[in-house]
Design a protein around this ligand. Sequence first.
Ligand SMILES: [Zn+2]
Length: 67
Amino acid sequence: MQKQTANKIKKEVYWRCKKCGDEIYWNTHKSMTYCKCGALGVDGCEFYLRLIGNEADREEIKRQKKI
Ligand SMILES: [Zn+2]
């Protein structure tokens, strides 16, 4: 069990809808963003992250950004 605090999100994290395959970047700048089919909603900024929808329908994708 990992608990992430909102202010520690520095990675490139995307949320992918398993139904339509749409990917939403975790930081939506406080605007609720839905995937194509509407099963997954993401509302995030540096301070909080809100996920709408069924947990079984989404997966977390982490991408390391190389500078
Ligand atoms: Zn979808």
